[in-house]
Write a protein that binds this ligand. Structure first.
Ligand code: G3I
Length: 375
């Protein structure tokens, strides 16, 4: 932990404890921008407020659940969306556009267009890119999920995919989520992952080795949800990370996705979890933060709910700021208009930091203030 960061983080924590209790307008979400401390009035965005060694990112909306909604591709078509994306963030994560089913829809055909567009946009706007993802049990194309392959074929398919996709963006990706959600809640390897099931867990190390060969500068991550509190899953990742490092496998980081629900408490032990991986010499990151809530009839969150949500966001940011090599903090979308949450959790929503009309909620201002204080 850097001494200066600790000091500012402690100060920030103590000076901001009241934020959650501040009155906020319930309908719509608060739109008045409190001044960002320490920087004067020029600090207007999250990326301006962020400490220099912390990337502040968002998922770039497209693919996945968006395909079934009554709007066109958000990243491609929504100009106000693109403006906010460029203005607020200096890191971008393709939400779906680099997943197997999008980028490798047929065995011998890749579809790089949507991912290329995001990488180009990021370069034009001074943003880094987080690549997502290479080895996952979900959103795999039918030809892969339903196919019949020998072990040698399957191994070669994965190797070629990694060399092709990682190689294409060589030098342009800050961090790759190489292995995504590979353990279940009990800390056992997920058998739904075709590569792990058919080839055994050793394939995880190979995926990291291939990704490193394809892009030696990218930081390579383990990434999962449900690791915000200590438990079997965290233990499994710690044991795996230790083993990979002992075997000199090029693994560089461990990330908490941080999909949170206000039905459960704020993740007050996240800092300790991240610190365990920092102690191993790994980078850590928050990669998919959102905080969903049960919506009242009418669908508009109350002021109290928004204040509580802001505290959850702050708990996660504080954890990252307190850990030395937590250098990337990403929220899974910035507007409720495009959030995956209501699609998966029908009674819940309002999980992001802006409402459907890009009006900033208390969570936005709390994040910006906390970043400005840390800087
Ligand atoms: O592919 C099926 C299609 O065959 C079927 O007809 C259709 C009917 O509903 O569903 C299609 O699946 C959709 C899938 O994307 C494929 O593109 C799902 O409905 C849709 O909900 C899904 O959404 C994405 C989800 O990952 C899939 O797990 C979301 O857009 C995306 O935000 C979300 O992101 C994940 C991260 O990558 C990893 N961590 C968790 C996070 C949230 O689930």
């Amino acid at each position: 932990m850097k001494a200066t960061r600790v000091a500012v983080a402690v100060l920030a924590a103590s000076s901001l404890l009241t934020v959650g209790a501040q009155p906020v307008r319930a309908v719509p979400a608060a739109t008045t921008a409190p001044a960002a401390a320490g920087h004067g009035s020029h600090v207007k965005t999250l990326r301006q407020a962020a400490p220099r060694d912390l990337k502040i990112g968002t998922a770039v909306a497209g693919g996945g659940h968006h395909l079934e909604q009554a709007y066109p591709d958000p990243f491609t078509y929504d100009r106000p969306y693109r403006k906010v994306l460029a203005r607020e963030f200096n890191s971008a994560s393709p939400e779906n556009q680099m997943k197997w089913e999008f980028i490798h829809p047929e065995r011998h055909r890749y579809n790089f267009g949507p991912a290329d567009a995001i990488v180009r946009f990021a370069r034009q706007h001074g943003q880094v890119v987080r690549g997502h993802t290479l080895l996952w049990h979900s959103q795999n194309p039918e030809w892969l999920a339903e196919g019949t392959f020998t072990k040698a074929e399957l191994r070669s398919i994965l190797k070629q995919h990694i060399f092709t996709v990682v190689g294409r963006y060589r030098g342009q990706i800050h961090q790759w989520d190489v292995a995504n959600e590979i353990f279940n809640e009990n800390g056992e390897y997920r058998q739904e992952n075709i590569f792990i099931r058919e080839l055994g867990p050793g394939i995880v190390a190979d995926a990291f080795r291939w990704a490193h060969q394809a892009d030696p500068r990218a930081q390579l991550f383990l990434n999962d949800y449900g690791v915000e509190w200590p438990g079997a899953k965290v233990d499994a990742y710690e044991a795996l990370a230790e083993q990979l490092l002992a075997d000199r496998v090029p693994v560089h980081g461990f990330a908490s996705q941080a999909h949170l629900s206000m039905r459960y408490g704020a993740p007050d032990q996240l800092r300790e979890v991240l610190q365990r991986f920092d102690d191993l010499g790994l980078h850590t990151a928050i990669t998919e933060l959102d905080v969903r809530m049960d919506l009242p009839a009418g669908g508009v969150p109350t002021a109290e709910q928004l204040a509580t949500q802001a505290q959850y966001y702050k708990t996660v940011l504080d954890a990252c700021l307190a850990v030395d090599d937590c250098n990337s903090f990403t929220i899974w979308g910035f507007t409720d208009k495009y959030s995956w949450v209501p699609v998966f959790f029908p009674a819940e929503g309002a999980a992001t930091v802006m409402d459907d009309d890009f009006r900033r909620k208390p969570a936005y201002f709390t994040l910006r203030q906390t970043l400005a204080d840390a800087r």
